[in-house]
Each structure stands twice: as C-alpha cells, then as structure tokens.
Design a protein around this ligand. Structure first.
Ligand code: SAM
Length: 458
C-alpha cells in the first residue's frame, strides 16, 4: 500500500527525522507486524516465534490469524497488542517493586491494563478507567478475560477520578491523540489528521493531565504516552507537566539493540518508537515523578466496614484458590471475592467512582442453585478441582463461544467447566439430554464465517 501522507504532516515531520525520512516512509508502506502478549498466569507460546525485544511475554506472528476463532483468545491466554506499547513493561520492571495503587486513566480497550496487571506485584491494585461508557464495557470484558482479581474497572471522567487526592502511586495516561503513529495500521487516522486536530489534542491532553494530577501522591510516578510523533503532544506536553504541574522526568534503561529513539528535546527524557527502526507502530512515552513539594496526600478513608449480613457458604468460597486472601460479599444479587488487603481501597473507590466491575464475580443464587459466573471461570484463582471438567475440541469450543446448546457425553448433571487445550473456557449446566450454555450473551461470536480449519495461535 502506498500512503498519501497529508502534506502538512510531511512538512512538520520531515525535519524531525532528517535523513531518516525516506526510510520512515518506506516502513509506512510495509504491512504493520502482528504481535501478541501471553498472559503471565495462563499461557506461554508453544509455536516457534520471534520475541518482542523489550517484552518478556510479547511475540510477533508471521501472519494475522482470525483471532475470533481461536478459543484461547477468548480464554484470556493472550492479548493482541501492538509491540511498541509493550515497552511500558520496562518502566514497571525498573521502578515498581512494592505493592502500590495504579491508575490506568485512559484504559480501553485494555492492552496496557492487562500488561500492568501482569507486571505489578500480587498485592497491588489496578484501577482501570475509561470515560466512554461503551468502551468501558469492552475494557471490562477484556479485564475479566485476563482474570486478575486485583483490578477495578471504572467509567469516570478524569476530573472525577482526580478528586481522589493523593490516592495513586502510579498513573498511566495513555492519552487520546492525533494518532500519527497509527497511519499504516489504521488509514482512518490519516484522514482525520489535521494541524488543528493536533492542537486540539494537545489542549485536551493538558486538561486530562491537570485534572488527574491531584490524585497522584507526592513523589508518585506518571507515565505519559501517545501514539503520535509531533512535538506538541509529546515533548512539549512533558515539558508543560514539569513546569506547570511540578515534576521531573526519569530515565528508563534501554538496550542499544532495541533501537529506540531518544527524546527530541534536551532536558526531557523520553522514548520514541519509529517503524523504520523498531518492529512496531509509532509510540512515545515519558516517565515523570511528581515533586515532593506539592504534597497533598489526604487519603480518604471510608470508616464504614462493608456490612454483608449474609455470609457465603464455604462450598462456594472453595470455588477459588487461596480463599483466605479474599473477602466475600454480595452486591446487586451477585457474590464477589476481592483481595482482603485491598478492601478498604475498594470501598473508597466504590463511594466515589462509577465502578463497572471489580475482583472476581463468583456467581449468584437462583432458588437453591448457585450459578457460577463467567468471571470465575476465567479467574486466575479458579479452583479447577471444584467442578467436573469436560475437555472439548475446537469445533465444540467455537459452538460454545457462539452460545449454542451443547450435548455432552458421560457427564454428571449440574455445572460443568469446559476446557479447551486444558484452559478454562466457561461453564455449562448439564441437564441430561443437553447442556445449557452459560457463556455471556453479549460476548458471543456473531460471525458466521467459521473457518474450516482449526485456528491455533499459540
Ligand atoms: N490504553 C489503551 C490500551 O492500551 O488499550 C488505549 C487508550 S486510547 C490511546 C485513549 C483512550 O482515551 C480511548 O479509550 C478514549 O476513549 C479515551 N478518551 C477519549 N477522550 C478522553 C478524555 N477526554 N479523557 C480521558 N480519556 C479519554
């Protein structure tokens, strides 16, 4: 594909790249590589593949398969993520060793949140927020599939989240931007591009940053990222954070062979990814530490303990491993498990933000029945021994994901966990002559173009 780059984009970007410009344009005319990141808790790649150099679980694929028809994709075994953005793992590795509270402010569809969930320590909390409701639902779906119980998905604008004074130790602002780095992957980004839009994006990014800043504790870290190249939305905004909000940039160690481009502005540490130098799309990030002087930590504590009158019978608590590490409570008729060490934070967040999902949804009572939820099936803490399991082949797995009724041979009546290549896929209720499909209706595969051959990505 030959790209017709906007003239003004050329005028503005060519001087930044100098003699590398032709190589850059050449790279834009090559197909974008496809990459995935495997889940720390659920999978590793079995096929021969090449690694994303700056990631511990990222791989390039030789072609782009139909992920929709790989059951392991729906089981949360891997996430399809553009390779450059996997670099944020390096920041976490180099700067985060303790249990902390993390906010991913602009999180949908969830690529960086799922990465953070794997990279953070087991006692850390991740608040994964998205301002647009429909996108928050997709985010929640992806987080549920990923299976980490220490995550809360919220749907708030940055100003509302910003009211949590000094609450977070680490904030990722993966800002909505003019998307210059996505031109070859998404041609639409190129047609929407204009100088005016760059200016609007810059102003919006500053508003978002100013709104969220109070919720970062003094001395806390903010990772700012975009998928665009221009100086205004990148180094200039980082300089603006330093000057107007009070912060310093911090270095991230990189290896020469990664071919990452340093900042274009002296005094601002930042990391740039260009497709002619690194195998991935355009990406920018800078790590900042909030100045100590502007300390205003006032962690809001909610004195009220969560009062659940009913307790969940032990047999259902046993649905998860290490149950002693969790609190169990009911909310809107559903039973939840949430890491007990983070329960007071959960209360604060629930009282101030619009929570879409949290922890593990264990299930709900219908009459005498306790219906296990899909969130439980995909949780990293699922106690697989608590249920009869039925390993299914690819065709049956796809039928399940299409929410068709199944017929299972030689299985007891009741709730049965289906597995595919030994990974939990979801529950059915076997009633004898057929099994009712408990896969979430809104997540089902709608496409009828089912491949004739099995799709197996990892
Ligand atoms: N971090 C995501 C990931 O890795 O999958 C991608 C985030 S995308 C670059 C930016 C997100 O910001 C979008 O989901 C968009 O809906 C959201 N957004 C748009 N306007 C916003 C605003 N005014 N404040 C906060 N977020 C906004």
């Amino acid at each position: 594909m030959i790209m017709n780059l906007p003239v003004e984009f050329i005028t503005r970007t060519k001087p930044l790249l100098g003699e590398e410009w032709d190589l850059f344009v050449e790279a834009l005319n090559v197909d974008a590589p496809t990459s995935i990141r495997c889940s720390k808790y659920k999978s590793s790649i079995e096929k021969e593949s090449s690694f994303v150099l700056w990631s511990s679980r990222g791989y390039y694929l030789n072609q782009r398969p139909s992920f929709t028809f790989d059951p392991l994709f729906h089981a949360g075994c891997y996430y399809v993520q553009e390779a450059s953005s996997m670099f944020i793992e390096q920041v976490v590795r180099q700067y985060i060793n303790d249990d902390i509270k993390i906010l991913d402010l602009c999180a949908a569809p969830g690529g960086k949140s799922t990465l953070l969930a794997d990279a953070m320590t087991e006692g850390s909390l991740l608040v994964s927020n998205e301002v647009i409701r429909s996108r928050a639902n997709i985010l929640s779906e992806n987080i549920t599939k990923w299976g980490n119980p220490n995550v809360i998905v919220t749907n708030n604008d940055p100003a509302q989240v910003g009211k949590l004074n000094g609450f977070f130790d680490f904030i990722l602002v993966d800002a909505p931007c003019s998307g210059e780095g996505m031109f070859r992957k998404d041609e639409g980004a190129m047609y929407e591009w204009s100088v005016d839009n760059v200016k609007l994006c810059k102003e919006r990014q500053q508003r978002i940053l100013a709104d969220i800043w109070p919720s970062l504790k003094s001395g806390g870290l903010l990772l700012y990222s975009t998928c665009t190249y221009n100086l205004e939305e990148n180094e200039e905004n980082v300089q603006w954070i330093k000057d107007e909000l009070g912060a310093e940039t911090l270095p991230v160690e990189v290896k020469d062979k990664w071919n990452i481009t340093p900042s274009f502005v002296e005094g601002v540490s930042a990391y740039r990814f260009f497709p002619h130098k690194t195998k991935g799309e355009g990406f920018f990030c800078a790590l900042l530490r909030k100045s100590e002087a502007s300390d205003s930590v006032q962690r809001r504590k909610n004195e009220k303990e969560r009062k659940t009158k009913l307790d969940l019978p032990l047999e259902y608590k046993n649905y998860i491993n290490q149950k002693e590490k969790f609190i169990f409570y009911s909310k809107n008729d559903k039973w939840y498990a949430f890491p007990s060490g983070l329960s007071s934070d959960l209360m604060v967040l629930n009282s101030q933000l619009n929570t879409i999902s949290e922890g593990i949804v264990l299930g709900e009572f219908k009459g005498k029945d306790f219906i296990p939820s899909h969130s439980l099936a995909l949780s990293n803490y699922l106690n697989i021994d608590a249920f009869p399991t039925n390993e299914v082949d690819w065709k049956t797995a796809i039928a399940y994901l299409r929410k068709e009724a199944l017929i299972l041979d030689n299985q007891p009546k009741g709730y049965i966990l289906l597995t595919y290549r030994d990974k939990p896929l979801g529950f059915v209720k076997n009633i004898g002559n057929r099994a009712n499909n408990l896969y979430p209706q809104e997540w089902r595969i709608r496409s009828t173009n089912i491949p004739t051959e099995e799709v197996a990505v990892i």
